[in-house]
Design a protein around this ligand. Structure first.
Ligand code: PMP
Length: 426
């Protein structure tokens, strides 16, 4: 399939006006015009199965969310400096999904802002500046957050106050190592910060380690690391921007699977199903002193429309049983992927939790040698078969499967058939 004339022209206009910082997915870029549930439609009316989009988590253009946004848009849109029932209702409903201790929320518009604010709060509370993150973490785009987002590669310099630790690689390490190494590495990072006269402020992890290659377990391995940062006087920030809102199936929030108690939790992406909203959920004592001095105001964060969108998302997750669906369909899909791995040696590992699945593509399963080129061919091959996924991980060889939570078994079969088809041609 070749690009048509109209799309080539649009790509040229795009490059001219958006400049060189932007990327397009796929060797043959997609030109989408409409979405509904798990499906996306292009200019020719062709239908694609979306197995990647974790923002439209309750499904593209879910009627409940669309209605909530349109209704509130027609009535009032102000900000958090006026009394508004909807904002408070939403904040109460949201915090009720967290363990009791995490009972307050501050609203932002993006996950980056939420993590940026978390840094400010952590530094204020601890009096430290040191930050520990994983080796290939992505936490956002502000200057402060980019300094501990090594997945941005050579485009950023990690801060002198930043230390990185390897993610728990359950594929290449023994289970004992995966269980214990992370805690040991965090302790070593804390010691190194101290040696350089830097007091630790926080440990931050994405609790499914998405950009590090998707590592869901073993359950509990986070605990020693969290204990270590607490002993050192620092805070633990769980970045739930990707695993949050029921995606892992086993829990509403990824950190709950590990039995740890974060001091702050940052959330975003699926929070408004596409309406830009994010925030920090935290313990009241964490902002007891910072709060009154912060003069916190976010023009758009937590506005009445955002609150309406967010409330609709939470209602849909509960009423449609989407956390349970993520668990059921996720297991079904993982089983299907594991049977494919028996037949196709390119699949070295299938891992994940709920509807957050990583499939490691290797040239040699015994040596576990990553095959990034083959991974790219699979991602593009699936796109030709109208199934959308992407890839991640330090070796760019982990198929990242992260569909909307309304994904059904039938949808899983579509994905599995398409993947089988692609693997057969390779
Ligand atoms: N944290 C994680 C784990 C993310 O994946 C992202 C976005 N990819 C962010 C933070 C930043 O969120 P945003 O793009 O909304 O600023």
């Amino acid at each position: 399939e070749r690009l048509d004339e109209a799309d080539r022209a649009l790509i040229a206009r795009r490059e001219k006006v958006l400049g060189p910082a932007y990327r397009l997915f796929y060797e043959k870029p997609l030109h989408l015009v409409r979405g509904e549930g798990v499906f996306l439609y292009d200019t020719s009316g062709d239908r694609y199965l979306d197995a990647y989009n974790n923002v439209a988590s309750v499904g593209h253009c879910h009627p409940r969310v669309v209605e909530a946004i349109t209704r509130q848009t027609a009535v009032l849109n102000t900000h958090t400096r006026y009394l508004h029932e909807g904002i408070i209702d939403y904040a109460e409903t949201l915090t009720a999904t967290f363990p009791d201790a995490l009972s307050q929320v501050m609203f932002t518009c993006t996950g980056s802002e939420a993590n940026d604010l978390a840094v400010r709060i952590a530094r204020f509370v601890t009096g430290g500046t040191g930050i520990i993150a994983t080796e290939l973490a992505y936490h956002g785009l502000t200057s402060a957050v980019a300094e501990f987002s090594p997945s941005l590669g050579e485009s950023v310099t990690l801060g002198p106050h930043v230390r990185t630790v390897p993610a728990p690689d359950s594929y290449r390490q023994t289970p004992e190592d995966t269980m214990e190494k992370f805690g040991r590495d965090v302790r070593a990072a804390i010691a190194d910060l101290k040696r350089h006269g830097i007091k630790p402020a926080m440990l931050i992890t994405d609790t499914i380690f998405s950009s590090d290659g998707i590592f869901e377990g073993p359950k509990g391995f986070l605990k020693p690391a969290v204990d270590a940062i607490h002993e050192a006087g620092g805070l633990f920030v769980a970045d739930e921007v990707q695993p949050g809102f029921g995606r892992t199936g086993e829990a509403m929030w990824g950190f709950e699977r590990h039995g740890v108690a974060p001091d702050m939790v940052t959330i975003g992406k699926p929070m408004g199903n596409g309406y830009p909203m994010a925030g920090i959920v935290l313990r009241p004592d964490i902002i007891a002193e910072f709060g009154p001095r912060a003069r916190y105001f976010n023009t758009f964060g937590g506005n009445p429309i955002a609150a309406a969108a967010g409330r609709a998302v939470l209602d849909v997750i509960r009423e449609e049983g989407l956390q349970q669906n993520a668990l059921d369909v996720g297991r079904y899909l993982m089983d299907g992927l594991k049977s494919l791995s028996d037949r196709y040696h390119a699949i070295g590992d299938v891992r994940g939790c709920g509807l957050f699945i990583g499939v490691e593509i290797v040239a040699d399963p015994a040596a576990k040698t990553a095959d990034a080129a083959l991974t790219t061919r699979i991602v593009n091959g699936l796109r030709e078969r109208r199934v959308l996924i992407s890839a991640s991980g330090p070796r760019a060889n982990v198929l990242k499967i992260r569909p909307p939570l309304v994904f059904s078994r039938e949808n899983a079969d579509m994905l599995l058939d398409a993947l089988r088809g692609v693997l057969q041609t390779l």
